[in-house]
Design a protein. Structure first.
Length: 122
């Protein structure tokens, strides 16, 4: 999954602001590229992962949960929640110990969307 995220980000299809790959779900705060819808960006991620997996089994639930970050505090809370998720699930003792997040694996993360900066309008 991490490789798929890196490929889609490198292709410029989305900006990835954080992530964590849990055993049964994934958190991905993303900003689709201007010419890409959110649904298409997620299709790139899901399709890319499924192709790499080469499985005959469905690995994705239908649909997704999405919401727009209304402001910087919501964005910051979302990122903190994602970083704490493996600890809350008792998979690791600290945020920096979970190998399926950028905390452990070197991975370039995109900055906060510009429209969330103080005074910027989206």
């Amino acid at each position: 999954m991490v490789d798929t995220l890196e490929v889609q980000r490198t292709k410029g299809r989305l900006a990835l602001h954080a992530f964590v790959v849990m055993p049964d779900h994934v958190h991905l705060p993303i900003t689709p590229a201007p010419e890409v819808s959110l649904e298409k960006a997620l299709q790139f991620v899901k399709g890319g992962f499924s192709f790499r997996l080469k499985s005959a089994f469905d690995v994705w639930e239908r649909g997704h949960f999405d919401r727009r970050m209304p402001d910087r505090s919501a964005y910051d809370a979302c990122i903190a929640y994602i970083h704490r998720n493996p600890v809350a699930a008792r998979l690791v003792g600290s945020e920096n110990a979970y190998r399926f997040s950028p905390a452990v694996r070197p991975f370039e993360i995109d900055p906060m969307p510009r429209w969330l900066e103080e005074g910027a309008q989206g």
